[in-house]
Design a protein around this ligand. Sequence first.
Ligand SMILES: Nc1nc2c(c(=O)[nH]1)N[C@H]1C(S)=C(S)[C@@H](COP(=O)(O)OP(=O)(O)OC[C@H]3O[C@@H](n4cnc5c(N)ncnc54)[C@H](O)[C@@H]3O)O[C@H]1N2
Ligand code: MOO
Length: 391
Amino acid sequence: MISVSEALDKVLALVTPLAPETVDLRHAAGRVLAADIVATRDQPPFAASVMDGYAVRNADVVAGAKLRVIGEAAAGHRFDGAVGQGEAVRIFTGAPVPDGADRVIIQEDVHPDGDSITLSDAMDSSMYIRPLGTDFKVGDRIAAGRRLTPADVALAASMNVPELQVARRPDVALIATGDELVMPGETPEDSQIIASNAFGLAAMLEAEGARVRLLPIAGDSAEALASAFDLAKGADLVVTIGGASVGDHDLVGQVAAGLGLDRSFYKVAMRPGKPLMAGRLGDMPMVGLPGNPVSSMVCGHIFLRPSIRVFQGLPAASMPRETARLAVPVEANGPREHYMRAALKPDGTVTVLERQDSSLLSVLASADCLVVRAPHDPAREAGDEVAIVRL
Ligand SMILES: Nc1nc2c(c(=O)[nH]1)N[C@H]1C(S)=C(S)[C@@H](COP(=O)(O)OP(=O)(O)OC[C@H]3O[C@@H](n4cnc5c(N)ncnc54)[C@H](O)[C@@H]3O)O[C@H]1N2
Ligand code: MOO
């Protein structure tokens, strides 16, 4: 059995970044930027008023001074003249500051009287002018290689860049296998259960930017599995769920081998997730996940999320680890790296949940992180520091 870190290296070695595509701004959030965004204008493109008030010459600003109002500037409507000595222009937030003016007095500090204003005795000392290009200048960039946030999309729009180059979203085909499985909403027979794993994994991978195809459940026969692999053709990644272990009905490895799988590894010193496999099927990477629901989801976090990131041009890396202090002691670990479902408290301590069976989705759903225990990690006391991966 290989270690988790060796297995991750081998999975990531199967994955290559996809070619970029062009999307409009409305579809750019969450995508990974593939080419720098370059501002085609300055923002603001003129010195702009920060407040509603009066544009004046700073030299004229003396408590009690009386100034003549010679016009108005509003957002989208420049005042074409210039502000001379003893003059003011009524101005609103976002309007271009007229020539000659170098300060805006907020209207709260002014007494208007017909065509003139009188400055009050105690005035706010700010200039209230945003210089041209305060936010960004022509040629400023958003660098490629980042996942675009809502703020990035707003910034790109402001830079007047309506279309962006982003990494294509990887197409992932998910194959759930097992005679016992029926789809949610169907009526299971006596010995059947509801297929859940593909739904959790699809949600997880789509959140990373993948497009997921849920293929029809494949029964436990070589023919059913082979036709499921056939349906997966054209995907960037095929993921099977279940049938990975050593039982008579665990056929995934055998069928994939028959279809020409160039296997990278089978079995990882990991708990849960031991019967994981990966390899290349033709030109398509394949990952075979164990069927136990928590095993498949934990393997999804540890191996598939980093893969979806690499497809989109993000760096090859394991899921980030943090440290937390144990709220309660834990027993010594066995020979496999253990990813224990755990709950974080607001004080930053972490409690390993009592039941760690890999079938318990209710426990996974109540966990917010995995405590990572190295193989043969000794027993730990409350207060000891442990590595965690957030879910
Ligand atoms: N003799 C041994 N038996 C097992 C070993 C072993 O080393 N020696 N390993 C165990 C471990 S660890 C795991 S994990 C499981 C994984 O087995 P498979 O990948 O073959 O999974 P299945 O047998 O198909 O299913 C296991 C379990 O999960 C349920 N399942 C499967 N798919 C789904 C799905 N899409 N949604 C919900 N539940 C699913 C299935 O009904 C089984 O209950 O093997 C151990 N055995
Ligand atoms: O490795 Mo299995 O995934 O423990 O339940």
